[in-house]
Write a protein that binds this ligand. Structure first.
Ligand code: PBG
Length: 328
């Protein structure tokens, strides 16, 4: 019988580690990694977060040490979240210069000393006693425009504290344009805005809500996006870019790589992806059981986000990823 040989042999470029290294299309870099950090006002030493193995609540001192580690690891930035000692209906601690998040910003900026970018979460959910990302109207709904005013105050406090980038994660309409105008009017023209542009109402935020000890009753479906909507994710990113976002983000990452790819194709600003708490913890939990190779899984996931078009990746595994990337 006649032997019919394949005309094309893609396996030729997979024959050796050297060849695979040469032809690899996607090369993730530590430069593009952002490490989220939780600062807790009521702890006196770092405390592990049960739902997020390897992640801790930090004091201001341990924050400074961790920022230094991040600089040494060569990652691109950190994103600060805070757990305040006291919460109220309007989240007043968010805009207080002595509030934990604003003090953390100043501390992190000093520790970084120009070696990486310090970002801060700009949202009310960690500061409100009802747990919503905004202030409530008399019927208990989240009042969009009243929330904008609160975000403006919070933005000024964060800019004054020295934050390089403000991460607008509340999903209020018009938040980017509003905060940009407030900052510009006060002279903070160099404070950048990272817009959580396409942020979905996701089950994968579970461990994070544990981490920030959120008392949220109900859900965030009137402001975060419906998981079924891809086109709307593009609209949100377009609006944020038009309102002046310096960076747009898609969140979570893996369940929304299609949205990420489309946003990356359409945007003219850098695009970020947030590999969120639930995405992180599911790898950790499976690895703990010996069900998958932790390092390989984290590296594969990072590669997939970059391949889909992400310029910047926010991940709880940032420090380890940087070490693994340096080794390989
Ligand atoms: C809101 C905010 C959330 C996350 C980041 N910013 C929680 C939410 O929207 O419920 C989730 C991050 C994660 O799950 O890792 N300020």
């Amino acid at each position: 019988m006649t032997l019919i040989q394949p005309q094309r042999r893609p396996r030729r470029l997979r024959v050796s580690p050297a060849m695979r290294r040469l032809v690899r299309e996607t090369r993730p870099s530590a430069d593009a990694l952002i490490l989220p950090i939780f600062v807790h006002e009521s702890v006196s030493s770092p405390q592990p977060i049960a739902s997020m193995p390897g992640v801790s609540h930090h004091t201001l001192d341990s924050l400074a040490a961790l920022v230094d580690d991040a600089c040494v690891a060569g990652i691109g930035g950190v994103m600060l979240f805070a757990v305040p000692a006291r919460r109220d209906a309007t989240g007043t601690a968010a805009a207080d210069p002595a509030g934990i998040l604003n003090r953390a910003i100043t501390r992190a900026v000093a520790a970084a000393d120009g070696r990486l970018v310090v970002m801060a979460d700009l949202c009310l959910d960690e500061f409100t006693d009802h747990g919503h990302c905004g202030v409530l109207d008399d019927r208990g709904g989240v009042d969009n425009d009243a929330t904008l005013a609160a975000y403006g105050e919070m933005a000024l406090a964060q800019a004054r504290a020295g934050a390089h980038v403000l991460g607008l994660s509340g999903m209020m309409d018009g938040q980017v344009g509003y905060v940009r105008a407030v900052l510009d009017a006060a002279g903070y023209i160099e404070t950048s805005l990272l817009a959580y542009a396409a942020k979905y109402a996701s089950a994968f935020y579970g461990p994070f809500r544990d981490a920030v000890q959120s008392d949220l009753q109900g859900d965030r479906k009137t402001y975060q996006m419906d998981p079924g909507n891809g086109r709307e994710g593009l609209l949100e990113a377009e609006l944020d870019e038009a309102e002046g976002a310096d960076i747009v983000m898609v969140k979570p990452a893996l369940p929304y790589l299609d949205v990420l790819a489309e946003v990356a194709a359409a945007s003219r600003v850098p695009v970020a992806a947030y590999h969120v708490s639930g995405e992180y913890s599911q790898i950790e939990a499976a690895a703990e059981r010996g069900w998958l190779d932790r390092r390989a899984a984290h590296l594969e996931v990072l590669t997939s986000m970059v391949r889909a078009g992400s310029d910047i990746v926010v991940t709880y595994a940032a420090l380890e990823l940087a070490a693994w990337l340096a080794e390989s």
